[in-house]
Write a protein of this length. Structure first.
Length: 183
C-alpha cells in the first residue's frame, strides 16, 4: 500500500487495529497474531493486512495505553519457530526510524531539575533530532505548551523492543525527512 492509502485507512475510527514496530513484516505478522489471539482462547485471529511505509514518516501516536512489548528472546524464538507460516511479505521500508517515549517538561530555568510534565506521548521519527522537532511542534499545536514563551525540556526515551500498540491515532507531522541532507 502507498503511504496515502495507509494514512487514509488510519484516519477512520479505530477498528481493533494494531500498530507494530518490528524488524520485519514477518516478525510483525507473528507478534500481531500473538496479541490478537491472547484473549480469545485459541480461536483464530481475524486480522487481514499488514501495511508499511516506504520511508520514515514522522508522527505522534496518540494513545493512553502503553504498548505490548516483546523481549528480544521472544522475537528470536518466533523467527526460529514461527507460530504462523511465512506469508512471504516483502519489506519495503528504505530507511528505519526510531520509536521514542517523549516527556515535555516545563522548567523555570536551565538549572531547574524538577519541572512540571506538560505532555507525554510516543513519537516515531528518523532520529532524535526529528523526534525533538516533532514533539515541539505537536506540543505547541495541541496547546500543551507555548515554545515561544515557555522553557520546555524535551526528554526522549528510545524504545528498541518489538512492540504493538492497539487502536492508536497516528498524527503525521509536516516535517519531511531527507536521508541525504545537503552539506
Amino acid at each position: 500500500m502507498s503511504e496515502s492509502e495507509v494514512l487514509d485507512r488510519r484516519s477512520k475510527a479505530p477498528d481493533n487495529t494494531a500498530t507494530v514496530f518490528a524488524s520485519s513484516k514477518e516478525v510483525a505478522n507473528q507478534v500481531c497474531y500473538l496479541v490478537a489471539t491472547r484473549n480469545v482462547h485459541g480461536r483464530q485471529s481475524n486480522y487481514q493486512e499488514i501495511d508499511g511505509f516506504l520511508s520514515p514518516v514522522a508522527c505522534v501516536l496518540e494513545t493512553a495505553q502503553d504498548p505490548i512489548t516483546f523481549e528480544s528472546k521472544v522475537v528470536e524464538d518466533l523467527i526460529a519457530n514461527p507460530i504462523l507460516p511465512s506469508q512471504g511479505l516483502i519489506d519495503t521500508q528504505h530507511f528505519a526510524s526510531v520509536l521514542f517515549f517523549v516527556r515535555c517538561i516545563k522548567i523555570g530555568d536551565i538549572s531547574d531539575t524538577t519541572g512540571t510534565i506538560r505532555g507525554q506521548f510516543w513519537v516515531y521519527a528518523p532520529n532524535a533530532e526529528y523526534a525533538n522537532a516533532v514533539a515541539t511542534e505537536y506540543g505547541d499545536a495541541m496547546g500543551l505548551f507555548d515554545p515561544d514563551t515557555e522553557a520546555i525540556q524535551v526528554q526522549l526515551h528510545r524504545l528498541e523492543k518489538t512492540c504493538v500498540f492497539w487502536n492508536v491515532t497516528i498524527r503525521v507531522c509536516d516535517l519531511q525527512f531527507n536521508p541525504h541532507p545537503s552539506p
